[in-house]
Design a protein around this ligand. Structure first.
Ligand code: ATP
Ligand code: MG
Length: 459
C-alpha cells in the first residue's frame, strides 16, 4: 500500500459536510507528462496561470494509472464556461445537458468542464439548472460545484481521480487506485440510485469491465438485471452514440456477450434478443462472427461502419418477419422483404436512433443479399461495380460460414468471380448457365422467386 495524504474538501458554501480526498504525490502514481497530450498540458497550465484550479480527470487519469494510452484527455476546472472562453481563442461552448467548453487544436479537442455540483430536486422547475424525471433520471445537470462534489457526481470510483500540473499529484476521492489494484468496476454511492439517475451507467459498467479486463463489484453488478428495463427511457440518439463505443472499440464481441449475460441487450435490441436464447443458434453464431470480424478490423486500423453491424443484428429478425408477412398477408417475397425491412428498422429506431446515412447502407446490404444470387448476363458485372458490393459480399460470406450449403457455394462463387480474369469470369457465367439449364434472358417471374434462400434463385 502507498502512503497518501488525506485532504479534506468542503462541499459547498452552504454545506457543513466535507469529503476526504487522498492526495497521491508524484513519486507514487507513476504518471508521466510524456504520456499526456501537449495540448491538454497547455490547457491546464493556462488555466492555472490565470488563477484557476485545473485537473485532468476521468478516463485519462484511470488509463494512465493502468499504463494504457488514453484516447482523449478531459480537463475539469473551477472556471465557468464563459471564463474558459475568455482564456482561449480556439474555444467553443457546447452542450445542453452538460455545458462544456471544447478547446480545438486542429484534429484534437480538449474538453473542459466546470466542476459540477449536486442539485436540489425540491428546487426543480422548468427553468432550474438541474432537473430530474419521475424515474429519478437526471435530465439537466448544470449546477456548478466544488471539486469534491464533482467527484461524487462521477460514475465509477476509478473515474474520480484528478491529476494536477500545479504539483503533479493525483487526488483520489473514491479509492479509485484501490479499485484499479483490485481490478474492480465499482459505482460511487448507492448503485441503484446511481443507475436510476442515469441508466447508461449500466452499459458503461459492462464496457469498462470488458475494456479494462476487470470484474464488476457485486454491489454494482446485482442491480443490472432488475434495472435493465430503465434503458428504454434513454433518448435513442444517446443510445446510438453509446452503442458505437460498445461495439466499435475493438472488444465488441466480448462486450456483446457480457451485455447479454447481464440482461442489458434486450432493451437495446428487443427484436434480436429472443433469437439468442440458444447460445449455439445460427442467429447467435452469425452475430458473434460479425462482431469478431469487426473487432479484427478495428484492432488492425481498418475502417468499420455501424451500418454493417446493425444490418447483421437485424438480419434474422428481418428474415423471420418477411416470411411471416409472406405467409400471412400473401405478399410476394420481394414485397414482403421490402415491407419487413421498413418495419424492422422502424421498430429498432424506437430504441436506438439510426442516422439516415447508415440506414440507407443497411437497406443496401440487405437488398444486395437478394441480388447476389442472380448473376446472369451483365448482372454479375454490374454487381461488382455497385458501391456497396464489398459490404454485401462480406455479409454474404458470414451468412455462408454460418449456414453452409448453397449460401457457402454462392459465397465461393463470388470470391472466385471478383478476383478472376475476364476469361475466367466469362467461363464461370457460361458454366452457371449450363448448370442452371437456362439459356434465355431472365424471365419476369423469376423476380418473384424467393431470393432470400441463397442460390435457389440462381439464374
Ligand atoms: P473512455 O473515454 O475511455 O470511454 P471515460 O471514463 O473517459 O472512458 P467518458 O465518457 O469520456 O468516459 O467520460 C469522462 C468522465 O466523465 C468519466 O470518467 C466519468 O468520470 C464522467 N462520466 C461520464 N459519463 C458519466 C455518467 N453517465 N455518469 C457519471 N459520470 C460520468
Ligand atoms: Mg474519455
Amino acid at each position: 500500500m502507498f502512503d497518501t495524504v488525506k485532504r479534506v474538501f468542503s462541499k459547498s458554501d452552504s454545506s457543513e459536510a466535507t469529503v476526504e480526498g487522498h492526495v497521491i504525490p508524484r513519486a507514487e502514481h507513476g504518471i508521466s507528462r510524456e504520456n499526456i497530450s501537449d495540448n491538454a498540458l497547455k490547457v491546464l497550465y493556462r488555466l492555472n496561470n490565470a488563477g484557476f484550479e485545473a485537473y485532468l480527470v476521468g478516463g485519462c487519469v484511470r488509463d494512465l494509472m493502468l499504463g494504457l494510452l488514453p484516447k482523449d484527455f478531459d480537463v475539469v476546472t473551477n472556471a465557468t464556461p464563459e471564463q474558459i472562453k475568455g482564456l482561449f481563442k480556439n474555444c467553443r461552448l457546447i452542450g445542453r445537458r452538460f455545458r462544456l467548453a471544447h478547446i480545438v487544436f486542429g484534429r484534437e479537442i480538449i474538453e473542459v468542464a466546470t466542476f459540477r455540483g449536486h442539485h436540489d430536486p425540491a428546487a426543480d422547475n422548468a427553468n432550474s439548472l438541474g432537473k430530474a424525471s419521475e424515474h429519478g433520471q437526471l435530465l439537466r445537470d448544470n449546477v456548478f460545484g466544488s471539486i469534491a462534489e464533482d467527484a461524487e457526481r462521477r460514475d465509477f470510483t476509478f473515474n474520480a481521480m484528478y491529476y494536477s500540473v500545479a504539483d503533479f499529484s493525483v487526488t483520489d476521492f473514491a479509492n479509485g487506485r484501490q479499485a484499479i489494484e483490485q481490478r474492480q468496476v465499482e459505482l460511487i454511492g448507492n448503485p441503484e440510485v446511481r443507475y436510476r439517475e442515469d441508466p447508461v451507467r449500466m452499459l458503461r459498467a459492462v464496457r469498462f469491465a470488458v475494456k479494462l479486463n476487470m470484474k464488476i463489484a457485486p454491489g454494482t453488478a446485482d442491480p443490472l438485471k432488475p434495472l435493465a428495463h430503465l434503458l428504454a427511457n434513454i433518448p435513442p440518439a444517446r443510445l446510438f452514440e453509446e452503442t458505437l463505443k460498445l461495439f466499435l472499440s475493438g472488444q465488441g464481441k466480448d462486450t456483446f456477450v457480457a451485455l447479454h449475460d447481464y440482461g442489458l441487450l434486450e432493451p437495446l435490441f428487443p427484436q434480436l434478443t429472443p433469437l439468442l436464447a440458444d447460445p449455439v443458434s445460427k442467429e447467435m453464431q452469425f452475430v458473434l462472427t460479425v462482431l469478431a470480424n469487426t473487432d479484427d478490423r478495428v484492432n488492425s486500423g481498418m475502417r468499420v461502419t455501424p451500418a454493417f453491424l446493425y444490418a447483421a443484428f437485424l438480419w434474422y429478425p428481418l428474415e423471420e418477419h418477411a416470411q411471416k408477412l409472406q405467409a400471412e398477408a400473401g405478399l410476394s417475397p420481394h414485397d414482403a422483404f421490402n415491407i419487413a425491412a421498413g418495419d424492422i428498422l422502424h421498430r429498432q429506431t424506437q430504441r436506438i436512433m439510426i442516422p439516415k446515412r447508415f440506414s440507407t447502407v443497411i437497406r443496401d446490404i440487405w437488398m444486395l443479399q437478394h441480388r447476389l444470387p442472380r448473376r446472369f448476363g451483365r448482372r454479375a458485372y454490374q454487381m461488382l461495380s455497385h458501391p456497396k458490393f464489398r459490404a454485401a459480399y462480406d455479409f454474404l460470406q458470414v451468412r455462408g460460414e454460418t449456414e453452409g450449403g448453397k449460401l457457402l457455394e454462392l459465397t465461393d462463387w463470388w470470391t472466385q468471380f471478383q478476383h478472376g480474369e475476364p476469361g475466367l469470369q466469362k467461363k464461370m457465367l457460361t458454366s452457371l448457365r449450363q448448370k442452371e439449364g437456362s439459356s434465355s434472358k431472365p424471365k419476369r417471374r423469376r423476380r418473384r422467386a424467393d431470393p432470400a434462400k441463397g442460390s435457389s434463385d440462381a439464374q
